[in-house]
Ligand binder design. Structure first.
Ligand code: 5GP
Ligand code: MG
Length: 180
């Protein structure tokens, strides 16, 4: 699918590929060899990034998903995080990588990180493709970040706008879509 003409390209598919491979290389270097790793993708937005990132790692991993919600149907966070779908694999004594496409207020990831630590993971590290650092509502720092983005609403590569545009190949700014 092609992006509408008025969308502004922020990252091309090639830019994204470079970021994903760079992140996988960094993560591979820091994780202990020979120890089990679980990659937990945050649904739905991280679905494509998770698939590409896990396959770019040069080690075997177990794949799982979690789904939490701090967003309604609009473009701003409601502040309340709920788990809509929990992990299914046993993460006890395993190294967990939480794979998220974008950090905004930080609420979703701080909640998910706590949830995985409580589940007994040996370590929990967060890999975020994009980071809107200026928009934190709670203190939160991802361990690995692909790129920082400004105060824009972005879509594509898994990210939606009212459930549309997830299958766009790049990442685009939706002009005029204000953030609250
Ligand atoms: P947080 O809890 O950090 O505020 O929310 C993070 C989640 O909000 C992201 O995983 C993503 O699903 C959604 N989100 C944040 N910023 C954007 C954006 O610019 N575009 C889209 N489509 N979703 C976003
Ligand atoms: Mg997400």
């Amino acid at each position: 699918m092609k992006a509408p003409d008025h969308f502004k390209t922020l990252f091309s598919p090639q830019d994204i590929q470079v970021m994903v491979e760079g992140l996988a290389e960094q993560v591979d270097k820091t994780l202990p060899a020979e120890e089990p790793v679980v990659c937990v993708g945050v649904l739905k937005g991280a679905w494509i990034f998770h698939a590409d990132f896990c396959r770019a790692l040069k080690r075997p991993v177990t794949v799982d998903f979690i789904r939490a919600s701090s967003y309604g149907a609009g473009t701003s966070s409601s502040g309340v995080v709920r788990i809509l779908k929990d992990i299914e694999v046993d993460v006890r004594n395993k190294h967990v990588l939480v794979v998220e496409e974008i950090v905004d207020s930080g609420r979703t990831l701080s909640f998910i990180k706590q949830r995985l630590e409580q589940a007994g993971a040996a370590s929990v590290k967060v890999v975020a493709l994009l980071d809107k650092k200026q928009r934190r509502a709670v203190p939160f720092q991802a361990d690995f970040v692909g790129a920082e983005v400004g105060n824009h609403f972005v879509v594509g590569y898994g990210l939606d706008w009212g459930e549309n545009y997830r299958t766009l190949p790049g990442i685009y700014i939706v002009p005029g879509e204000a953030l609250h």
